[in-house]
Design a protein. Structure first.
Length: 133
């Protein structure tokens, strides 16, 4: 999600940078550092997936569910912590923020919730044995 956020909102739409509290050069540098960090995490996750496949413990449905959880967690973290608590940046400047904040956090919540529900659905339900007389 960080890559999608960085490419769409930082580069294409140019609505904000990772850190908007300084000069444009520092803002662009902060985008570059964010992009480098997200690329590192992406490559690290890819190697973890390859290792799980090698050990024959990789399960695609769990990976996709975890992917959705990760997307949602990032988006909610970004919307609450980065935007409101730390005030690193806002979604967009010069507009009423409330609709953007609601849409951003609702989308993150939907991704998170769908990943969690999918994860729960992957685990078999255990039946409780009736007590023996």
């Amino acid at each position: 999600m960080a890559a999608i956020d960085e490419i769409v909102f930082h580069q294409i739409l140019a609505w904000h940078h990772f850190y908007d509290g300084a000069t444009p050069d520092i803002a662009l540098l902060s985008d570059g550092l964010l992009h480098a960090a997200e690329l590192f995490v992406f490559v690290f996750g890819f190697f973890l997936m390859l290792d799980a496949r090698r050990r024959e413990t990789f399960r695609a449905p769990f990976a996709w569910a975890g992917f959705l959880v990760g997307l949602g967690l990032f988006q909610v973290w970004d919307g609450v912590i980065d935007h409101k608590v730390l005030r690193l940046h806002q979604i967009r400047y010069g507009v009423e923020l409330l609709p953007y904040d609601i849409a951003w956090n609702a989308a993150g919540g939907a991704l998170l919730l769908s990943g969690l529900v999918w994860t729960l659905m992957l685990f078999p339900r255990t039946r409780t044995a009736s007590p023996r007389p």
